[in-house]
Design a protein around this ligand. Sequence first.
Ligand SMILES: NC(=O)c1ccc[n+]([C@@H]2O[C@H](COP(=O)([O-])OP(=O)(O)OC[C@H]3O[C@@H](n4cnc5c(N)ncnc54)[C@H](OP(=O)(O)O)[C@@H]3O)[C@@H](O)[C@H]2O)c1
Length: 274
Amino acid sequence: MTIPTITLAHGAEIPAIGLGTWPLQGAEGATAVRTAIEAGYRLIDTAENYRNEEAVGQGVRDAGIPREQIFLTSKFNRQWHSVDGARQAAEASLRRLGVDYLDLLLIHWPNPDQGTYVQAFEGLLKLLDAGVVRAVGTSNFKPAHLQNLIDATGTVPDVNQINLNPYATRAATAAFDNEHGIVTQSWSPIKSAEMRVDPVLVGIAEAHGRSTAQIILRWHVQHGYIPIPKSANPQRQLENLAVFDFDLAGDEVATIDALDQGEANVADSDQIGH
Ligand SMILES: NC(=O)c1ccc[n+]([C@@H]2O[C@H](COP(=O)([O-])OP(=O)(O)OC[C@H]3O[C@@H](n4cnc5c(N)ncnc54)[C@H](OP(=O)(O)O)[C@@H]3O)[C@@H](O)[C@H]2O)c1
């Protein structure tokens, strides 16, 4: 299966869906990454904080396809929020993954209490110039955090990865991203078991002869978001990838949009982060 790609602000091509890897670790993590790549995944999402970059690197090597055909994303923690810290974080991720460049490196949380995410982003831009990373980004950034980056550097991140699904549609952040040419990635895109049995989603799934997970993932794709569902199960990995051979109608997308429950269940990144 060939996965469509999206062109990012700094020119990299990113697959339109990826594999999440939290909380996979060790041999289970390496196997999940290998089976996902064998199924057709080309975007793999990891982070310093997941303590699984070694396993992810092993899985990529075990899959046996050329490194340049894989889009590898990692993220770094608050202790590296400085220009030189971003460099150190990148070097440590490269070492753990066993690769010599990253496709995308994200500031995992803004941590505004620390007040140095702008410096972390400046560090990312140096890494971009040096070719250590192909794209730079943020995670859990609100519009105000992104505006601070843009004001300070005149540059947008390629990607903003946020908690986004039909119960938390994040309209304001997604609109800000879109207006500024930032691609939105969705974490926990299908996680809620309650959401996966929502009668509205089940009804649309039955109409298309698809699973509710596929309907939700297709909704992300049609919005232009990049979902990164995690599954260690090869059958569900395949199921989650098979969302490029059907379309939701405009009214179905709008019906799913209307399931939004607001920001109440979304972690407030002005208050928490690591
Ligand atoms: N940037 C951040 O701050 C942040 C935070 C959290 C997560 N993330 C990233 O986002 C990724 C995805 O988020 P997530 O893992 O929280 O949630 P998710 O991918 O939306 O959901 C994962 C859960 O759904 C199950 N599942 C997967 N496919 C399914 C299907 N087709 N039918 C039924 N159940 C299915 C998985 O179980 P099985 O494995 O048994 O299939 C797992 O329990 C993470 O893995 C991580 O890479 C980023």
